[in-house]
Ligand binder design. Structure first.
Ligand SMILES: NC(=O)c1ccc[n+]([C@@H]2O[C@H](COP(=O)([O-])OP(=O)(O)OC[C@H]3O[C@@H](n4cnc5c(N)ncnc54)[C@H](OP(=O)(O)O)[C@@H]3O)[C@@H](O)[C@H]2O)c1
Length: 285
């Protein structure tokens, strides 16, 4: 971004690290490991100091407790980090005149509908979704962008956790079968499209809620099949499972497919097969 100073909160995460690379900017991690500014988002004093020092034009919040089952048993922590701290960040950003972009989730919906628009009712079924919704609610209507994403797919530069795409590719490459549910539906978000959407919204001075996901609404099983086909792996190793067979702690919404029409009118959203083809060129031997 020409001359624009960006700061990524949660830069050490899967999405955050990709954003830092794209914008060639600074980012934070909780441990302050090399290459990152140390920050716990619940520490308002440090948050204000860092924002003043960095003086960004745009602050992107890609931080959060993202383990859905962990959130279910650590309610206060989830609400503090994914919820209340989001307001502190918005305040700190406003104090230095920065726009903030908060990354949220399709899990704010109940999962009983299909192709949710930004205006549709939010009714999360688990603590993670409730904590993310709290974060949204505390900053809505201010000078910021709320970008809801869903099952982001791409390769994780940080290697701290394995993404759904990496799980499928690595297991099938090793000829190991994988059990994937066919009764949870999503509109997966292409990792590469996240910074482009943010950049476009910022440049156009847009604020408010935007859903960023694929046009295709797929079950996780169907998504895994497309991955396997594009990466030229063995589809027969993908076994169908039901959500009820997997010992999840938190309830999972059934169908959180989001409509991308609002964002599609201002930024290009590619189709899953083409996006995966592009990724496969950097991954195949
Ligand atoms: N991945 C998904 O499936 C998905 C789907 C929808 C929405 N989202 C949203 O997208 C965002 C990015 O997700 P992700 O997959 O990139 O997450 P991730 O890989 O788990 O990374 C989470 C980031 O948050 C940071 N963090 C955790 N607790 C913090 C705290 N108390 N203070 C400051 N930073 C803290 C972590 O820092 P350390 O690692 O240094 O501790 C890390 O940088 C999240 O807001 C998530 O809710 C993700």
């Amino acid at each position: 971004m020409n001359g624009i100073r960006v700061l990524v909160i949660g830069g050490s995460g899967f999405v955050g690290r990709y954003l830092m690379n794209y914008f060639s900017c600074h980012g934070t991690s909780t441990s302050g490991e090399t290459g990152y500014i140390k920050l716990n988002i619940t520490d308002t004093k440090s948050l204000n100091i860092i924002l003043k020092e960095e003086n960004p034009d745009l602050v992107i919040n890609a931080s959060g407790i993202t383990n859905v089952d962990y959130c279910e048993t650590h309610i206060d922590e989830a609400m503090k980090i994914n919820g209340f701290a989001v307001e502190n960040l918005a305040n700190a950003a406003e104090d230095v005149g920065a726009t903030s972009c908060h990354i949220s989730t399709d899990y704010v919906y109940s999962g009983e509908g299909c192709k949710y628009t930004e205006e549709d009712e939010t009714k999360p079924v688990n603590v993670y979704g409730k904590s993310k919704l709290l974060g949204e609610q505390l900053i809505r209507g201010r000078k910021n962008i709320i970008l809801r994403i869903s099952t982001p797919y791409g390769f994780n530069i940080t290697k701290k956790k394995i993404t759904f795409l990496e799980f499928i590719v690595s297991n099938l490459k090793s000829k190991k079968p994988v059990k994937i549910v066919d009764d949870q539906f999503t509109t997966p978000t292409f990792l590469n499209e996240i910074p482009i959407a943010i950049e476009t919204l910022y440049d156009l001075k847009k604020t408010g809620i935007y859903n960023l996901g694929s046009t295709e609404c797929l079950s996780r099983f169907e998504f895994a099949e497309i991955v396997s086909t594009v990466f030229r792996l063995n589809n027969e190793l993908i076994l169908k499972a039901k959500t009820s067979e997997i010992p999840f702690i938190a309830k999972r919404p059934k169908n959180c497919c989001m409509s991308n029409e609002k964002l599609k009118s201002i930024t290009k959203i590619g189709d899953i097969k083409n996006n995966l083809e592009a990724l496969s060129h950097s991954f195949l031997p």
